[in-house]
Write a new protein. Structure first.
Length: 336
């Protein structure tokens, strides 16, 4: 019997419990539309609702749900959010932006600096963190230079998303792959295969933004003014966290090269990087209180919902006869 026919046969004979599948489809649709009537829904609320639904309907037990959560990713994200929050509240991110963007003489150069600075920082500070700290910065830059914020925000979003693919800690998806694939040296592997495609795509972003928003960019000189630091002590701690992140990535690569394997886990990078802020800043409670808990809830809920879906066995049946070494198959599954 053909594999697809067999899957359908199992479903209609209730061998596959498809409540979790229905919940996943509803969640996917709601995240796509984000609004029902006058009710505006957030992605984390929708995903949390999906996770609670499969728990309440007993599609997954509480113990299974707890065990499905990848705490390495949640801890990594939480710690990097602490670093990002400190960057924003101290004014360190504005200081960095002045150091980087002051060389931009016109809007074209400013676009390139935004694309490559944010695009090449996101692989090391995770794209969610970069978006959180960069959004108010980009709006501020747009106002300061009397530029429309829309194309600059889109530029930032494209650059951060594209740049994040360059390293195993650039986004949660990469982190999940690095943690579960037994990749021998994830940083070197990602850099080896993705550096050139990433750089090419960053250049493509510049071209596309220029094509679709050409009316927003006039070749006028830019006047850069240095911003005052909001909190000198927190800025110094943020600076330590910033450079500590790169040092720790170097240590991770080195430990693998000398044959120590996974003795220095990727998660340690984020935990150690946030310690200067957590241990020595008097504003630690303020910072921790204001990190992006919604994203943490989203990923925690997603782990629970997807574990429930995985337990149905339907996806295993679907991909069983697929050629998973095919690029087309990989791209198709990624889109789904």
């Amino acid at each position: 019997m053909h594999s697809h026919t067999l899957i359908f046969y199992k479903i209609i004979n209730k061998e596959v419990n498809f409540i979790s599948i229905i919940v996943l489809v509803i969640v996917y649709i709601l995240i796509s539309i984000r609004q029902i009537g006058r009710v505006r829904l957030q992605s984390w609320q929708i995903m949390l609702g999906g996770a609670l639904t499969v728990l309440i309907t007993r599609q997954i037990s509480f113990s299974q749900a707890f065990n499905s959560i990848n705490f390495d990713i949640i801890i990594f994200l939480g710690c990097m959010f602490i670093v990002g929050e400190a960057f924003g509240r101290s004014g360190y991110i504005k200081h960095l932006s002045f150091v980087v963007f002051k060389k931009a003489k016109n809007i074209n150069q400013l676009l390139l600096f935004i694309i490559f600075s944010l695009g090449l920082l996101s692989p090391f500070f995770i794209n969610d963190t970069m978006v959180i700290v960069s959004t108010p910065l980009i709006i501020y830059i747009a106002k300061k230079h009397n530029i429309s914020a829309k194309p600059l925000l889109l530029t930032m979003a494209f650059a951060v998303t594209t740049g994040s693919v360059l390293s195993p800690i650039g986004n949660p998806q990469n982190l999940l792959i690095a943690l579960n694939s037994n990749m021998e040296n994830p940083f070197l592997t990602f850099f080896k295969y993705l550096t050139i495609p990433t750089l090419i795509n960053l250049f493509v972003i510049f071209i596309m933004i220029k094509i679709f928003f050409k009316e927003h960019f006039k070749n006028e000189p830019l006047n850069h003014i240095k911003d005052e630091i909001n909190d000198e002590k927190l800025t110094n701690l943020s600076r330590i966290s910033f450079f500590l992140t790169f040092i720790l990535i170097g240590i991770k690569i080195f430990t693998v090269l000398i044959g120590l394997g996974d003795v220095f886990k990727i998660t340690y990078i984020a935990v150690i990087a946030c310690l200067p802020i957590v241990l020595f800043s008097k504003r630690r409670l303020e910072i921790i209180k204001n990190i992006d808990y919604h994203t943490l809830i989203f990923f925690t809920s997603m782990f629970v919902l997807m574990e429930s879906v995985w337990n149905t066995g339907i996806f295993q049946n679907i991909v069983k006869d697929m050629d998973l070494n095919s690029t087309l198959t990989t791209l198709s599954l990624s889109v789904i």
